[in-house]
Design a protein around this ligand. Sequence first.
Ligand SMILES: Cc1cc2nc3c(=O)[nH]c(=O)nc-3n(C[C@H](O)[C@H](O)[C@H](O)COP(=O)(O)OP(=O)(O)OC[C@H]3O[C@@H](n4cnc5c(N)ncnc54)[C@H](O)[C@@H]3O)c2cc1C
Length: 384
Amino acid sequence: MEFINLAGLTEDQKMIRASTLDLLNKALPFENIREMDEKREFPHAAYDALAEAGYMGLFYPEEYGGMGASHNDLAAFVETLGYYYTGVAQGFMTTVIYGGMHIVNSGSEEMKKEILPQIISGKTKISLAMSEPGTGSDVAGIKTTAIRDGDDYVINGQKVWITCAHVADKLVVVTKNDPKAARHKGMSVILVDAKAPGVTIRPLKMLGRRTTHANEVTFDNVRVPVKNLIGEEGGAWKSMMKCLNVERLVLSAISTGHCYRITDYAADYAKDRIQFDQPISKFQVIQHKLVDMLMAAETSRQATYRVADLLDAGENAVRETSFAKIISSDANFKCADMGLQVMGGAGYSAEYMMEMYFRDSRVGPIGGGSNEIQRNIIAKLMDL
Ligand SMILES: Cc1cc2nc3c(=O)[nH]c(=O)nc-3n(C[C@H](O)[C@H](O)[C@H](O)COP(=O)(O)OP(=O)(O)OC[C@H]3O[C@@H](n4cnc5c(N)ncnc54)[C@H](O)[C@@H]3O)c2cc1C
């Protein structure tokens, strides 16, 4: 069953949704996803198929080979990826949004002309390396240094939980180039070749998101030319702030798609599963759980498209973006938890998809600025 209501999407968005699902079904048959998760393999075929169809450039400016799509179009596309398989959505988001949007928003003209077409063609994958062992929520406290030496920066330090770094060609690294500078100051974003001497990438075992991994990345005297600076020296905070709204829009859209997938999957199971001589979907308590899941999906969807609308209208919708991030990531885990309960022992078993959905959805309230940090942002905007 498919519960999502496509009314309200434009004809183009409906077409993007249908063709994306078709393309993904061919490149990564749905029944192969669980095995890929078990093997912890990046979904290369699906990623390459999306690139070949031009979708990596959907949101990028036309002058660099993109399609110049709106935030609404982006939300509709990413919701579809999240619906099919969140691993593909994470792969897209990490390169195109987390890494790539730093270049779009703050990169030099030369860097944009060189790197953006490579992202669009699928040739270059990028990870964003911001979090460190001692610094997660408190990004301004990072310790990785990039010290100027002639025409180079020399980078030393360690990053953790870096999604997709094990398959990345480039890393967008947030560094401190003036260790004595005050918090939020003396920080710079630098594009680093993932294969550069001194860069070590180690995949880490996590509860979920096994195909896009989180990785530890170590920088040991890594030399990077000054031209790889993204934005101004000392301008990292500005560069990061410019990217936050779209990052959180995309996170919300992925969670929304995932909510719908989980609800469809649990409802299909409930209609087939017979207990006491009838499908369990006939029990009112199961029906109510499925209704609550669908309402969580719909609420997440409304919050997501509200942000897309505001961003398309040119609003700096920080408050609504934080609302959406909290609502959608909480809804995602709630749907997975309830879906697992609807399926009983089958929900808890790796023979079915639900346990993967449960594991994959748990990180939403932690990553991308935890939901506690989002509430701090909202509280500040409320002048509390
Ligand atoms: C699967 C996964 C993928 C990730 N991918 C990336 C990536 O690609 N790139 C990257 O740079 N990072 C990535 N991260 C890191 C992620 O951004 C951080 O985990 C997140 O910001 C939280 O930081 P932390 O884990 O250090 O937790 P901490 O900051 O130590 O927080 C621990 C707890 O304390 C709470 N807390 C902290 N400060 C406050 C406060 N001021 N007020 C209230 N509560 C607070 C937090 O909300 C949390 O509940 C990823 C993480 C995971 C788990």
